[in-house]
Design a protein around this ligand. Structure first.
Ligand code: BG6
Ligand code: MG
Length: 219
């Protein structure tokens, strides 16, 4: 039986309550392009890269655009998103996130970030938690977006720990699929029906501590 040696955390929707801000910014962009995306569409956007998100929205509206237009739309979306997180601070971390990071650190469980976002450094700095991470892999460091496991495999390699000794925390279906295809144990945060490919599902990090995690992991 493998020993739990590290946790890899997705960022948006796991540590930080930023998932809604991403979706609002995409919704605004879609509205401007007269493409109808409703709340149910969010599950298709969660976890994937900025460019993949735009492509999904354009495909939904059967809209074909040139590269320069796409770049400018992504720039606008990111400005809108960054505007919405201007005031982000440590108190805005999701419930239980900081306590669990502290508990991992105090018990020698290594910590990595595995996020598709290119804004990870900004968010870690604003919330003042960068110091907890042994490894940070974000959207600037990977070639393939989730559900490809690259982001998590790079995190594991950076910590020099095998995937089967690591738990990945994810709120997105694409992220759960990435974790499972990389050979990780995956704890999902959110709706058990939507995230049933995970090994275990919780509402948020406030529902976990190391004792509980180890017992789930060794089950
Ligand atoms: C993921 C989010 O973490 O990062 C997605 O779940 C987001 O919604 C993606 O689109 C890319 O983020 P960013 O910050 O690089 O635009
Ligand atoms: Mg997420």
């Amino acid at each position: 039986m493998a020993e739990l040696k590290a946790c890899i955390f997705d960022m948006d929707g796991v540590i930080v309550n930023s998932a809604d801000f991403h979706f609002h910014a995409w919704k605004k962009l879609a509205d401007e392009l007269r493409i109808d995306i409703d709340d149910d569409f969010e599950i298709h956007l969660k976890g994937i890269s900025r460019v993949d998100s735009l492509e999904k929205i354009l495909a939904k509206g059967n809209l074909v655009l040139d590269n320069d237009t796409k770049l400018s739309l992504m720039r606008n979306k990111n400005e809108e998103y960054l505007e919405s997180i201007t005031g982000l601070k440590q108190e805005d971390l999701l419930p239980g996130a900081l306590d669990f990071l502290k508990e991992c650190k105090a018990n020698g469980v290594k910590i990595a970030l595995g996020s598709s976002s290119k804004n990870a450094d900004i968010i870690l700095e604003k919330t003042d938690i960068a110091g907890y991470f042994d490894e940070v892999i974000d959207g600037n460091k990977v070639k393939f977006s989730k559900p490809d496991p690259e982001v998590f495999l790079k995190g594991a390699a950076g910590m020099n720990i095998a995937p089967n000794e690591i738990v990945v925390f994810e709120d997105a279906l694409s992220g759960v699929q990435a974790a499972k295809s990389g050979g990780f144990f995956c704890v999902a945060l959110g709706n058990p029906e939507e995230l049933k490919q995970a090994d275990y599902v919780i509402d948020g990090l406030h529902q976990i501590n190391l004792d509980k995690l180890k017992s789930i992991f060794n089950h």
